[in-house]
Write a protein that binds this ligand. Structure first.
Ligand SMILES: Cc1cc2nc3c(=O)[nH]c(=O)nc-3n(C[C@H](O)[C@H](O)[C@H](O)COP(=O)(O)O)c2cc1C
Length: 248
């Protein structure tokens, strides 16, 4: 059994990798092991909502990346219109030798208790898919592989087109695309909040509560919108306002 230090190291070493080495393939056996980890994920009602498509064919991978680029156009336009700034992820994943598509079967909601069906069916469904997905990323990291969350795969345009391209039947949903391969270059860890800032003992410690200004500072510096800590924060009102209508 893995010890806590190994698990902590595994968690801390996983990265979202957006550039892949097109010269390095990965064996089928690795992919099978990764998916075998994923199927042990917990899920509401043990409904196991996940199914996986493994894609190696280069033509299909490139078609997928082209669909991604097309849906990015709308996304970028919306970012620019609302926020005046659009730092988008690219299509570097097209070079990853394997694309995994995580599908979800919403019929598993029938495994939930009646009340759960009424008030948390969607949340349980997606939590199961997220759990399996995280195990895929961790398993890939444990094998020295790079992976990425491509959640845009479930945007209406891309999901529709992917379902046609890959012959996915109704009522299955496309959840995420996960490229697998080797990183084209090492990536430093992205910022994380300090453990003591987010942990409360016995009851909520209001001294740790982030007011709106502190929260905005977090969004505009440490998050991806804050370019992972590379964006400077100015202590005046020239920073991004909270109301998108006022965005530059
Ligand atoms: C639900 C979810 C959706 C995400 N969607 C995307 C995505 O569409 N494209 C992408 O490149 N990264 C995506 N990410 C990755 C995050 O941007 C990334 O986890 C975060 O910036 C921290 O970086 P790290 O994963 O390297 O620690 C997603 C992550 C999660 C959990």
């Amino acid at each position: 059994m893995m010890n806590i230090d190994d698990l902590q190291e595994l968690a801390a070493n996983r990265r979202s990798i957006r550039g892949y080495d097109k010269t390095r393939d990965i064996p089928d056996e690795m992919v099978r092991k990764i998916l075998d980890c994923a199927r042990w994920a917990p899920s509401g009602g043990n409904g196991q909502p996940w199914e996986f498509i493994v894609i190696r064919d280069e033509k299909t991978r490139y078609e997928i990346a082209d669909l991604f680029l097309k849906q990015q156009e709308h996304k970028k336009e919306m970012e620019l219109a609302v926020r005046g700034d659009a730092k988008m992820t690219g299509d570097g994943f097209r070079h990853a030798p394997v694309h995994l598509i995580v599908l979800g079967d919403p019929r598993v909601k029938e495994t939930y208790p009646v009340r759960t069906m009424l008030d948390k069916a969607d949340s349980h469904f997606y939590t199961g898919l997220a759990s399996a997905t995280l195990l895929i990323h961790l398993a890939a990291t444990s094998l020295g592989l790079a992976s990425q969350y491509v959640s845009d795969a479930s945007s209406p345009y891309m999901e529709t087109m992917l379902k046609v391209l890959l012959g996915v039947p109704e009522p299955l949903k496309v959840y995420h695309l996960i490229p697998l391969g080797y990183a084209s270059k090492p990536i430093p860890a992205r910022p994380r909040r300090e453990l003591d800032e987010m942990t409360h003992y016995e009851r909520y410690d209001m001294a740790k509560y982030r007011d709106d200004r502190e929260f905005q500072k977090f969004v505009m510096t440490a998050s991806r919108r804050g370019y992972y800590g590379k964006r400077t924060w100015v202590e005046d009102d020239t920073n991004q306002p909270t109301d998108p209508k006022e965005a530059p």
